[in-house]
Design a protein around this ligand. Structure first.
Ligand code: SF4
Length: 350
């Protein structure tokens, strides 16, 4: 595709001058590229930096990742969301230890067979860490190239991605690592996903059909998103003797295996809470309404009303875990859906 060949040189020149210094760029080993790319899926670069450092500190290589406990892994991932990403990292590390003697394979095809590694991540590891001539097409790359070409293909269609991967293979330069990263970087910094792209600072402006015809609102074309389901909840923050009550979530489904504050699938008034506690034979010394909180998942929104409930003593049931501040900080992984209440709790029991 001649149209795309022209972007290679200006894009590389721009990248050499403008690339961000990122922790995983200073030493792009296969392990570093893999961990960072998985963390960066659905998460902003700024948010990932600290997680990445902490993760590598605790789990510096494939064998430590393969043998980490699920509890510790979830704690390291706490707040990053999409927890299956972490579970798949551990599963894949197990396969690498067992079948590849602990060495991350370098070919795109082998990488694709590992849990949690799709075509984009396989392309990123293979090209950035092993310098293999394969493309790495994510949402940023799709948006940039569709805009340059003025192409109206739907970028949520798997066929579009496949098509673009095949087209990019034809123009990949020697420095494939920089080229792939340059496309991603341009999508993150210049041809941005939200709001107007910064075309005046774009090295591809001269070749860009979207700029020429002012089409940035029309391109990229995406599938219409389904409306999110709203789930109402009441969240109980039970305190007793400087500890707070937690429950472990089921091992399957949303936020599987993580810890949460006890909650009920309906929004309750204070009066209803009192009645509910009475039915459960829970004696509260004091009940106080907490702020409303909302958390957005990809397909569902939680609308939560919290209540602080002071108890005289712990419950006599086994499923409740009474945690102090140290264990909240170091042991139990609580998803960011509960961040509003978690921050209040930490202040309360510190
Ligand atoms: Fe995106 Fe504008 Fe650059 Fe075209 S010129 S690739 S629309 S930033």
């Amino acid at each position: 595709m001649k149209e795309l060949e022209v972007i290679v040189e200006p894009l590389l020149e721009w990248f050499y001058k403008n690339k961000r210094e990122l922790p995983w760029r200073s030493d792009p080993t296969p392990y570093h590229v893999w961990i960072s790319e998985i963390m960066l899926q659905q998460t902003r670069v700024e948010a990932v930096k600290e997680y990445y450092k902490r993760f590598l500190n605790k789990l510096p290589d494939v064998s430590s990742l393969a043998s980490v406990s699920d509890e510790e892994l979830m704690k390291l991932w706490e707040g990053l969301g999409y927890y299956n990403r972490a579970r798949n990292l551990k599963k894949a590390a197990g396969v690498i230890v067992k079948e590849y003697e602990g060495v991350i394979p370098g070919t795109y095809e082998e990488l694709l067979t590992l849990p949690g590694i799709g075509s984009y991540t396989a392309g990123a590891i293979s090209s950035i860490a092993y310098k293999k001539k394969v493309p790495a097409v994510d949402g940023n790359v799709l948006r940039v190239v569709m805009r340059v070409l003025g192409c109206f293909k739907n970028i949520d269609d798997a066929k579009t991605k496949k098509w673009l991967e095949e087209e990019l293979i034809k123009i990949l330069p020697e420095d494939v690592s920089s080229f792939n990263q340059a496309l991603m970087e341009l999508g993150a910094l210049v041809c941005v996903p939200n709001g107007e792209p910064h075309c005046m600072n774009c090295p591809l402006q001269k070749y860009c059909k979207t700029f020429e015809h002012s089409l940035f609102q029309e391109i990229p074309v995406r599938k219409e998103k389904k409306k999110r389901r709203i789930e109402e909840k009441t969240v109980f923050i039970f305190y007793s003797k400087g500890k707070v009550a937690l429950l472990k979530r089921k091992e399957t489904g949303l936020l599987a295996g993580l810890y949460e504050f006890p909650n009920y699938d309906k929004k309750m008034t204070q009066k209803e809470v009192l009645k509910y506690l009475k039915e459960k034979k829970i004696e509260a010394l004091k009940i106080e309404e907490l702020p409303f909180a909302k958390h957005i998942f990809s397909h569902v929104e939680w609308h939560m009303q919290g209540y602080k409930i002071i108890l005289d003593d712990f419950f006599e049931t086994e499923e409740y875990i009474w945690s102090d501040l140290k264990d909240l900080n170091e042991k139990y992984a609580i998803p960011s859906a509960f961040i509003t209440y978690l921050e209040l709790v930490k202040k309360e029991i510190e």
